[in-house]
Each structure stands twice: as structure tokens, then as C-alpha cells.
Design a protein around this ligand. Sequence first.
Ligand code: ADP
Ligand code: GLC
Length: 485
Amino acid sequence: MKICFATSECVPFVKTGGLGDVSGALPRFIGGLGHEVKVFLPLYSTIDREDHHLSFDKKLSGLSVELDGRPEEFSVWLGKLPDSDVDTLFIHSHTYFDRPHIYTDDDDEDERYLLFQLAIFRVLEEMKWIPDVIHANDWPTALLPVLLRLRYRLRAFSKTASVLTIHNIGYQGTFDRSTISKINLPGKRTTRSGPFEHYGRFSFLKAGICFADVVSTVSPTYAAEIQTREFGRGLEDAIRTRGDRVQGVLNGIDDSTWNPASDSLIPYPYDAESLNVKSENKRALLERFQLPTDDDLPLIGIISRLTDQKGFNLLEPILESILREGDMRFVVLGSGDEHLQNVFRSAAHEFPDQIGVRIGYDESLSHLIEAGADIFLMPSLYEPCGLNQMYSLNYGTIPVVRRTGGLADTVVDLDEDPANANGFVFDRAEPTELERALHRAISRYDDRFLWRLLQKRGMASDFSWTTSAASYLSLYREAVVASEM
Ligand code: ADP
Ligand code: GLC
């Protein structure tokens, strides 16, 4: 098949979260199964063209699209996903993408991603490369299915189908209703209800959900959750309307990057047979955070965007008392919400021997935390898939998670199902529940035999992208069939 994979983040070029990881891996694995994939990505100014060996495409220069009644020019740069044959096409617009941040609160945020999506079709037309499937990801590319259905299927793309993957329904691309009139869709598109109206505004994601041939999300549990009022964020009805066209495919993890045996970002690589080496990484991690290394308290790792989604407001009320008890240590890497950043910073100030905190983004430290921590904490209020609990399982780091979305699909609680357990799970989003789960975990830490068993079970799990890529191929085929109906 020919697949156009459109995304707003992609490792190693640009990443703010899991979408970047997924976009850097899935197209490679689909390519590896013998299919032709082209990835489309905005050329943000944070992407270094030299470092990534990007080249300006002369043949695709001087192109423009019509945006809000005026011509907007853009250019195309070419690269490859590392270790693959997958072409990556970067859309560059000085007006829209030369900004300090990837996502912005600027007044023209809608136009930035309108331009990106219009440019994708323009490039496909110019190259005469007609994909079987356009795979859109999250709101920044969610209008591709709409453009396809209402405009481009009437042109060369009559046989192209679309899949929209929702990585996080919390981000919907909601703007003023006038946004949709900035692209000239056939027919009257600014009606008061239907796909182009969302509580009096316009939502990229809602429109995409209504028009995609197949809608998917990144875990089976999240696929069910987003059809409910509690998790649907106002889009539950739109999703339910799509019936069995809504599917959940669990993300994989990229073994070439997240494998403790070959990880070049950790000082002491190890595998399930050499788990004692893990403690060398723990020592290195403790030293990095200037925490004591002369005892063996369980070390809890956190790597996260600090947003409401991630549930650290559950940790806040109990953090001080846990630290005072002194039977565990924390290392925290994250950034986001000011208040949460301050909560962690002041904890580190008050308990310098118990908790180390780095506010910021640090790829290499994130690997050391996965390798050096004993326990990994993800108390998410919702979690479409979550990658770090899977990285943790691969690194013999025991996850403590809340039962939601992809966390529910990947972590099995020790007390509930001892024969299959690989971690600790709690249900209610309450601080006391989180505290109990953490205590259950640390009370088992000294049972070396049990702990090893849990570690080895986690390390034996198969989260390979090969399996998930095969599921995406089935989705693509399903989308093609659906588009013909
Ligand atoms: P989300 O996409 O919601 O942030 P995921 O668990 O899917 O959650 O993916 C998060 C990804 O971003 C992981 O690869 C994680 O290691 C990485 N990450 C998050 N915060 C940081 C940070 N401060 N520094 C380095 N990596 C981070
Ligand atoms: C989102 C979700 C996360 C998921 C990632 C990749 O950002 O919050 O749970 O793993 O996308 O699909």
C-alpha cells in the first residue's frame, strides 16, 4: 500500500510527547512490512536542517495554496526517517513555522495547521503520488479526511481512504467558527450544527472524526472510554455515531531506542539475565541528582509533561508526608504547569536527600531514569496509551499506575492477578488510593525473589511495533473498503 502519514511531531526531528515517538516508529515499521510510506511534517524552526541532512526540493519549490482568500507560498524539504527508506517531507512556511514553539497560542494557530494540510494535498498532486490511505494524527492533521472527502476525492484522489488516529482527545483544535471558512470547501459549511460546529465554535478534531473512513485511538480501553461522557470531552456523541468504525490499537515501543541491552544513553546496559547491573544505573542516577547512595531505598521515577492529565495533583497532598516517612526516594523529570513545577521544586528544597527534581526536557536523562529507577509512577487521570509504563516494563522498572486507557491495557496488578502481574494498579483518582498503591509496591521491594519475578515478567512482554503495525495495516484495508461504500 501507499500511505501518507501526516503528523505535527516526529522523532528524531521534533517531539513534545508520545505522538513524536509514535510518528518516528510506526511509519518505519509499516515500511519494513513492504509498504511505501511518506511522512509529512511542518518544518519548524527548531528542526536543524543540517543536523538532519534535509535538502531543499527544487522541483517542489514555488508552490502555494489558497488560505483565507489569499495565496500562501510554502517550500518543501526532504529527509529520511533514520535507519529507513521512509521519505519525510517537511513543509516550510516562514510566515507560519518560524516561531520559537511548535504549538502556539498565537491568533493564527488555526491557519498554521490549515496551511500544513492544504500543502500536503498540493504536494501530493504535484508529485502525482496518490496514496491508498492518508493517516492523520490528532487535531493538527484532522482536517485531511474532511478535505479528502469534500474536495480531493472529486479530483485525483477518488480511491484514497483516510484514517484518523486520536492520540489525545484533550486537544481538539477548537477555534472561532470562522476558521472553516478560511478554506474554501464546496457547499455551505458554516451551519449551526453538524461536523463544523462544536459548542458554538469550530473543532478540527470533531470534523475529522465525522469524515474519516476509520477513526482509531491508541489503546482498546481508551477507544471505549472516549465514547463516554466522563472521557469524551464533549466529543463522545460524535465518536459514538461512528459505531464500529472506531477502533483501538495499542502503540508499540521502539526497541532500537528503548532497549536496556543496547541503550547508548545509559551507562550500564543490561538485560533480563543481568538485572544486577541495573543497580549500577541506579547509583549513576542517584549521583546525577545528588541523592545518597549508601542505602537501598526504593527509587521512584517520574518522567512527564506536567499537565492535569497526568494526575500529579493526586500526589501533591500526600507528597510531604511520604517524604517525611523516608522509606522511598523520588526522581522527577518534567515540565509544564507552573504550580506543579513549584510543588516538586519546593519538595526538593525541603527534602534534598529524598527527592531530586529536573524541570525541563531531557531525552538522555529520561533513559537513565527508566534504567535506574526501581518503580515508575503514572497516576494519570486519563491516558490514551502511555509509553513510559511500557518503557518501564522493558527496563525492569515496576510501574505503579492508575487503571485508565492504555495503562489499564498494559499493567496487571500484583494482588489482583499474581500469576500475570507486572506492576501495581489503583482505581479511584484519590490521593489515598495512590498512596496505598505506592506503599503496596515499596512493601514488596525487599522481597528480592518476588521483585525479580515481576521485573522479568515485564521484560518478557512484547510491545513490538511489528504487531501494532500489522494492526494498522488491517485498519488501512478496512478504511479502503469503507471508502468504497
Ligand atoms: P504523552 O504523549 O501524553 O506526553 P506518553 O507516555 O505517550 O505521554 O509519551 C511521553 C513521551 O515523552 C515519552 O517518550 C517520555 O519519555 C517523553 N517525555 C515526557 N516528558 C519528558 C521530559 N521532561 N524529558 C524527556 N522526555 C520526556
Ligand atoms: C498522547 C497520549 C499518550 C499516548 C501518546 C501517543 O499524547 O497522551 O497516552 O501514548 O499520545 O499515542
